[in-house]
Design a protein around this ligand. Structure first.
Ligand SMILES: [Zn+2]
Length: 318
């Protein structure tokens, strides 16, 4: 039994390194090698947030024996917030309008591309996770640790990930179609612009608010992008028309809040629902140990899809 457990342990760490290897361009026919594409624009946005070409990210540490933990990590901007879901040709070609120009929030194509990048990154992460879970299950079956004839927890977990990935694949297809037909108005956007803010944070994320995920599955999605530009912070909520009724209340609550409360609500929204965000090292250096612990605790609740919520002034991210 110990021998089998060792084999399982070894494969656990090997599986952590699995990456998506296919370019997810709209036609999904490309066979070029994938690169580490940025989900958050590097030259203008990441460089603004960075110090000495590094940013701070919250990273999940997974261990075979214990529960996952999170730590703040200093990450080089060439690696920060990247995903292996595009080849260099498609990354450059699709996103040229927002890579070569400042993002114009009155330009429908710009806002579409901002959201599309978040969708492609999420698709990549889900493919990787589904592969890992499936291979882990296959390994357990091969070692005789679970029976292939029984509906086990591991089988259901693997099937659940596959189903979730497939659902998101259909969602991505809506964006692929809109991109191909230049039907950028298919995607709705709600924006908040906060003046005079230091570039402390950038976010690119797709999520189903935890409350909704618990209640009715995983099908209503919010795309959230936060980025600094021209001494201002832009907050862009994007969604398919059908998801507007779920997204709008989140947006309105934050839009209508006063300055201080607005930043607090936004910080909580990010920590509660997003894993793909970067912080400025300069700003992070002002965090007390207590603040770091509170942020990690709140963020961990998200990872465990926990409905735990608490108020704490240390949750501010900008
Ligand atoms: Zn490609």
């Amino acid at each position: 039994m110990d021998e089998k457990r060792n084999q399982l342990r070894n494969s656990f760490y090997k599986l952590l390194k699995i990456r998506n290897v296919k370019c997810l361009e709209p036609d999904e026919k490309c066979t070029n090698d994938v690169i580490n594409a940025h989900s958050i624009q590097d030259r203008r946005i990441l460089e603004q947030v960075a110090e000495d070409n590094h940013v701070i990210m919250l990273k999940l540490r997974v261990d075979f024996e214990t529960r996952p933990t999170v730590e703040f990590e200093r990450v080089g901007i060439h690696r920060a917030a990247t995903f292996t879901g595009l080849c260099s040709y498609h990354d450059a070609q699709i996103f040229r309008p927002i890579d070569a120009n400042p993002i114009d929030i009155t330009n429908k194509e710009h806002l579409f591309l901002l959201a599309y990048r978040s969708v492609l990154r999420e698709m990549t992460v889900l493919i990787q996770e589904a592969k890992k879970t499936h291979l882990r299950y296959s390994q357990m079956r091969n070692l005789g640790l679970v029976s292939g004839d029984e509906i086990s927890h591991h089988l259901l977990l693997s099937a659940g990930f596959m189903a979730r990935t497939y659902q998101f694949f259909l969602y991505k297809k809506d964006f692929d179609l809109a991109y191909k037909h230049k039907a950028f108005s298919e995607i709705n956007h709600h924006t908040i612009v906060i003046d005079h803010v230091l570039p402390t944070i950038a976010v690119s994320s797709v999520f189903t608010p935890i409350e909704l995920a618990r209640r009715q599955g995983d099908s209503e999605r919010v795309i959230l992008n936060i980025y600094p530009q021209d001494d201002r912070l832009f907050v862009v909520f994007s969604c398919l028309s059908k998801d507007c009724r779920y997204v709008k209340p989140h947006y309105l609550e934050i839009h209508d809040a006063n300055d201080y409360h607005q930043k607090y609500l936004l910080s909580k929204l990010v920590l509660r629902n997003c894993e793909n965000f970067v912080l400025s090292p300069r700003y992070f250096a002002t965090f007390s140990e207590r603040k770091k612990e509170v942020i990690k605790k709140y963020y961990c609740a998200t990872l465990c899809s926990d409905l735990v919520d608490f108020e704490d002034q240390n949750l501010f991210l900008f």
